[in-house]
Design a protein. Structure first.
Length: 338
């Protein structure tokens, strides 16, 4: 039986993604299960990996990218007992999810409740889990606090707003004007990220916000730090502008965050990356993702799915991600589903 997967053939632009047909299905080793992929994301982390700029990935091409996955258990390796064939599971794979079939350690998998749309479910595995842990684990926000969310129209940004609305937060979000209506519907005051005067406006209106969530990097980190009130916290979790060559450098951004933490002004900085956090606290990952699945099942959250594309159009999906052309998450499917 043949199956398809998408490989990174060299570090570079979307054109380095190549669809490869395999003639034999992979076989699970001891402690693994084989999963038939139902949905995976086109994430900015995947773009960083494709460009060779993601610090937590050391592999060299060719290899299969794909940071998050929802799929159905297809075959069991020796010594596995937690799941049965036909059960739906999720995993933060980091690599490998751009494949119609893949083998994964059973211990890494989280069960997905029956009846959930795989595209909605996969939006929780990276984007919403990141947002949930940023809010609850890193920033420890409290009801009524003021937050600023950069990239508020994107997958993580829109998740931050939706979860923040449940917490009763006062929210501001930067986005392109085309995404302002979506940001407003999610409960935030939209701001044009190209307007260099918005930090002064926020300071004038609020005296500074309690938390800024910034996945942009470079000059954005500087603006974010200035918008904090005394006791406020800059939570950095990405380098969008740096990866696209717009401003800053990843080593310099890390150094700047460390130095700001030492300043005696009562403001704090912290950097979050989901894969190291999961390795350090696997119980948090499972518990938080299970909580999110329950919120989705109850209808309390509804991921913003901006576009669904077949897996074979991964290169197009990456190009859309780099241009921030779609509000919400782009989901790749092994075959187009209605």
């Amino acid at each position: 039986m043949t199956y398809r997967r998408v490989e990174i053939t060299a570090f570079g632009g979307p054109e380095v993604l190549r669809v490869v047909e395999q003639s034999v299905l992979p076989e699970p080793e001891a402690g693994e299960v084989r999963v038939r992929m139902l949905a995976t994301g086109a994430n900015f982390t995947d773009v960083m990996i494709r460009k060779g700029m993601y610090p937590d990935v050391k592999e060299k091409p060719p290899f299969v990218p794909g940071y998050d996955m929802v799929g159905v258990v297809d075959a069991l390796g020796d010594g596995t007992s937690r799941f049965a064939p036909g059960q739906i599971v999720a995993d933060l794979t980091v690599l490998g999810a751009y494949s119609e079939y893949l083998c994964l350690p059973e211990a890494h998998l989280t069960p997905v409740p029956d009846g959930l749309d795989p595209a909605m479910a996969v939006a929780l595995v990276l984007s919403y889990l990141t947002a949930y842990q940023l809010l609850y684990r890193v920033a420890a926000v409290q009801s009524g606090q003021r937050i600023m969310v950069h990239g508020a129209g994107g997958a993580v940004g829109s998740a931050l707003l939706q979860l923040g609305k449940l917490l009763g937060l006062k929210m501001y979000g930067t986005a392109s004007p085309a995404k302002h209506d979506a940001v407003r519907r999610l409960g935030a005051v939209p701001l044009d990220y190209r307007d260099k005067h918005y930090p002064a406006r926020i300071l004038a209106e609020t005296g500074g916000v309690d938390v800024v969530f910034d996945g942009i990097g470079g000059e954005s980190f500087k603006r974010s730090f200035r918008m904090l009130n005394k006791g406020g916290k800059l939570v950095a979790y990405g380098f969008y502008d740096t990866v696209l060559g717009r401003s800053g450098s990843i080593p310099l951004d890390f150094l700047r965050l460390q130095l700001w933490r030492l300043l005696p002004n009562g403001r704090l900085t912290v950097f979050y990356s989901i894969a190291p956090w999961r390795a350090k606290h696997p119980d948090w990952y499972t518990a938080d993702l299970t909580t999110l699945f329950d919120l989705l099942r109850q209808g309390k959250i509804k991921p913003l799915i901006g576009k669904r594309l077949p897996l074979v159009e991964a290169a197009q999906a990456h190009a859309l991600v780099e241009r921030a052309a779609v509000a919400g998450k782009i989901v790749l499917l092994p075959e187009m589903q209605s």
